[in-house]
Write a protein that binds this ligand. Structure first.
Ligand SMILES: [Zn+2]
Length: 198
C-alpha cells in the first residue's frame, strides 16, 4: 500500500466501531472501487466541520446558536429530558413520545474514570434550570452505577426555590442498558412510566 493510503486507513481506524479490516475495506472502497464518491464525501466533511457545533443551550448538534429543538417554541421548555449523548436524544425523538426539550451531558459521572461534573455539560444544566423556569427533569440516563451517580448528583444540586421535579425513566429498559439501543415502543413506555426520583 502507499503512504497516503496508510494514513487514510490510520485515520479511519480511529473512528468508533472500525477495526483494522473494516478501515482497510473502506479505504479501498473510496480510493479504488468508488473514487467518484470521494469529492462529495470530502465536501460533506468540510461543510460539517465548518458548520456543525454544539447548541449553546442543550448541547445537541446545531448549525446556529440553538438547535432545532431549543428553537422550537411549540415544544414544552419547562420539561427537560437529560440524556448522556446525542444519539440518545435522536432515539427518543424517533419514538415521538416526547414534546419537551433536552439537555445532553456528553457522558456521565464516573469517579473511577475520573469524570467530574465540570467534565460534562452538567454545570450548564443547573444554570439553565435556575434561569429558564424549568419545572421538571426527566432523567433518561443509563441504568447502571454511573447513571445512578449522575442522577444522584443532579437531584442533590437541584434548586429548591422554585422546586424542580425529577423523574427517572426506568420502566422497560433492560438493567445495565442505555437509551440508545432501546426500540421505540420500549422508550415510549419508559417515558410514560417514569417515576419520581426524589
Ligand atoms: Zn438545543
Amino acid at each position: 500500500m502507499t503512504p497516503a493510503f496508510e494514513k487514510l486507513q490510520q485515520h479511519l481506524k480511529q473512528l468508533p466501531g472500525l477495526g483494522y479490516r473494516s478501515s482497510e475495506r473502506i479505504a479501498l472502497h473510496l480510493l479504488v472501487e468508488k473514487p467518484a464518491r470521494l469529492p462529495a464525501l470530502v465536501a460533506a466533511l468540510e461543510e460539517a466541520a465548518k458548520s456543525v457545533r454544539r447548541c449553546s443551550r442543550c448541547g445537541n448538534l446545531a448549525e446556529g446558536e440553538l438547535c432545532g429543538i431549543c428553537a422550537d417554541e411549540r415544544r414544552d421548555h419547562g420539561l427537560v429530558c437529560v440524556v448522556e449523548h446525542v444519539p440518545d436524544l435522536v432515539a427518543i425523538e424517533r419514538s415521538g413520545a416526547f414534546r419537551g426539550v433536552y439537555h445532553v451531558l456528553h457522558g456521565k459521572l464516573s469517579p473511577i474514570r475520573g469524570i467530574a461534573p465540570a467534565d460534562l455539560n452538567l454545570p450548564s444544566l443547573l444554570e439553565r434550570i435556575s434561569a429558564a423556569g424549568v419545572r421538571e427533569l426527566i432523567l433518561a440516563l443509563s441504568n447502571d452505577v454511573e447513571g445512578e451517580a449522575t442522577c444522584h448528583y443532579l437531584t442533590e444540586h437541584l434548586p429548591k426555590d422554585p422546586p424542580v421535579t425529577a423523574t427517572r425513566i426506568g420502566f422497560g429498559l433492560p438493567s445495565g442498558g442505555g437509551v440508545l439501543y432501546a426500540d421505540s415502543v420500549t422508550l415510549k413506555s419508559a417515558l410514560e412510566g417514569r417515576r419520581s426520583y426524589l
